[in-house]
Design a protein around this ligand. Structure first.
Ligand code: DGL
Length: 271
């Protein structure tokens, strides 16, 4: 059997912010990143559509030899992960694993709040799924969760308009709408892997005392821990430090934009 790369999936570019942290923490493994740019953003699609798109992409990564796939996308983690883990994997791929980004974040969120009141900013799909409410309440029932959907942010980021002054309106609107929900919020989770690109603006739009939490390092730490606990899977992984990038969209356009998220030049192929 050929050694297996780790698959990393997002609806578009956002998962590259998580991939950056994973590659920094675990540089020896081989990775295949897939962005479904042709069909992104996923945030406003129905459950059925997000599930279907995500499963197609996961199966494509399996066909490329991945035994482990990370959904580096909150929307896909919220809407598709459970069905894939509970129905598709046992029926068709019993030796493959798919992990998401919501549970690892929920597991550690308590470390970042003293008031036990957190704000969650995400896509409509993530917010409406109530996944963060459910996951956080499993680990920390005492934590109060306040949510704000930010449907304009992914389109602004995907079009590279997010740092222009025109973006300020939607940044301020969603931030103040979240903060109005409770004076106790002391930690805001960017529950969409695109949002770290907004950090310079969010630091101005949110009060100084707010701890802004991104997911890259959290997911990378959780993966380290997972691989330590699953040696049978870890042994199958290729370790030549190679990274491959694929997009369902246009590869030239992907390469132009992807480096902003990944922090280094990217050379992709169309899937
Ligand atoms: N990066 C995805 C997430 O974390 C973006 C979702 C979208 O495509 O709307 O939710």
């Amino acid at each position: 059997m050929q050694a297996s790369p780790i698959g990393i999936f997002d609806s578009g570019y956002g998962g590259l912010t998580v991939f950056r942290s994973i590659a920094d923490k675990l540089p020896d493994y081989n990775y295949i990143y897939l962005g479904d740019n042709a069909r992104s953003p996923y945030g406003d699609h129905s459950f059925e559509t997000i599930y279907r798109y995500t499963l197609e992409c996961v199966e494509w990564l399996f066909a490329k030899g991945c035994h482990l796939v990370i959904l580096a996308c909150n929307t896909a983690s919220a809407k598709a992960l459970r069905t894939i883990q509970q129905i598709d994997l046992p029926a068709k791929y019993p030796d493959r694993r798919v992990l998401g980004v919501i549970r690892p974040t929920a597991e550690v969120i308590n470390d970042y709040t003293s008031t036990k009141s957190v704000g969650i900013m995400g896509t409509r799909g993530t917010v409406n799924s109530q996944s963060y409410f459910l996951e956080i309440s499993k680990f920390f029932p005492e934590i109060k969760v306040y949510q704000q959907s930010c449907p304009m942010w992914v389109p602004l980021i995907e079009n590279n308009e997010h740092l222009q002054s025109g973006a300020d309106f939607f940044i301020n609107e969603y931030c103040s709408s979240l903060m109005q929900q409770s004076e106790d919020i002391d930690c805001v989770l960017l529950a969409c892997t695109h949002y770290p690109l907004l950090l310079p603006k969010l630091k101005n739009a949110l009060p100084d005392y707010i701890k802004i939490l991104t997911q890259g390092e959290i997911v990378a730490n959780s993966l380290v821990n997972y691989l330590e606990r699953h040696s049978e899977l870890e042994e199958k992984l290729a370790k030549n430090g190679k990274k491959y990038f694929y997009t369902s969209g246009d590869a030239i356009a992907f390469d132009e934009h992807a480096s902003i998220f990944f922090g280094e030049d990217v050379e992709s192929s169309s899937m």
